[in-house]
Design a protein around this ligand. Structure first.
Ligand SMILES: C[S@@+](CC[C@H](N)C(=O)[O-])C[C@H]1O[C@@H](n2cnc3c(N)ncnc32)[C@H](O)[C@@H]1O
Length: 252
């Protein structure tokens, strides 16, 4: 019997980790100081830990290949897994605040790599607070896509400062996105959808994608179908509110 078969936290049939062994609190406070390691700059992110097949040793961080997609508040990792095979040459990372959820995603990716040799080598996850540490992970203009799918709504006005989309944070996202890079947002909370859209609409470095562009983008379909939260909303017949914007060059 293999180590995984004997381990009840993994499904015997699929070899994947079982979610019920990674129960986590529904929310973590993004404004509290949690303790996890933070790289002091993007050059200090150890790519060999995240993508060992692409970076067999930690000296190869300068090989030119960098993370291009970031799934902010990735939850249980469904989007990363769908994107992995759609963009096999692109390095992607999920950023997640809750430790057990991050641990689950880590195990899920490792298990998928074992059951599908050669695949899922381009995705990884890190436990961090994206509201504080985005510039520690990404250089100016490094990212081509950022995802904010079903973020926590933080309904009360005094908690709006905990929202992962805000005018202040959009300055940071505009910094790490390349010109032409895209921010995808979706929620089932109408008020939050209006908020995210208004923040993006009013920011000088973002413009909305047209309906034609949205239809032509294969990623748009995944926004509600690929993530665990999106599937839940779908099962319950809930409505979703989407805002997808492109990073533009500053007007002179
Ligand atoms: C409602 S869940 C959505 C998860 C996933 N995107 C989905 O659609 O299934 C929101 C996730 O964002 C995470 N989160 C909230 N604030 C965060 C922050 N500041 N940094 C990183 N993750 C955060 C939460 O822990 C939670 O897992």
């Amino acid at each position: 019997m293999s180590e995984k078969e004997a381990n009840p936290t993994f499904s015997k049939s699929t070899g994947l980790p079982r979610k019920r062994f990674y129960r986590a609190r529904a929310h973590s406070n993004p404004l509290s100081d949690s303790h996890f390691p933070v790289p002091i700059s993007p050059g200090h992110v150890d790519y060999s830990l995240h993508y060992p097949q692409h970076f067999p040793s930690s000296d190869q961080v300068d090989s030119g290949k960098k993370i291009q997609f970031a799934d902010i508040g990735c939850g249980f990792g469904g989007l990363l897994i769908s994107l992995s095979t759609l963009f096999p040459e692109t390095l992607m990372i999920g950023m997640e605040l809750r430790d057990k959820v991050t641990e689950y995603v880590k195990e899920r990716i490792l298990a998928l790599r074992v059951t599908n040799p050669g695949q899922y080598q381009n995705i990884s996850v890190v436990r961090t607070n994206s509201m504080k540490y985005i510039p520690n992970y990404f250089e100016k203009g490094q990212l081509s896509k950022m995802f904010f799918l079903f973020p926590d709504p933080h309904f009360k006005e005094k908690n709006h400062r905990r929202r992962v989309i805000s005018p202040f944070l959009l300055d940071e996202y505009a910094y790490v996105l390349e010109v032409g890079g895209i921010i995808y947002t979706i929620t089932d909370v109408e008020e939050l959808g209006d908020w995210m859209k208004a923040c993006l609409e009013n920011h000088p470095m973002f413009e909305a994608l047209t309906d034609e562009e949205l239809k032509a983008d294969p990623v748009t379909k995944l926004l509600s179908s690929a993530t665990e939260e999106g599937q839940k909303v779908d099962r319950n017949g809930g409505q979703t509110f989407r805002a997808v914007y492109r990073r533009v060059a500053p007007s002179l």
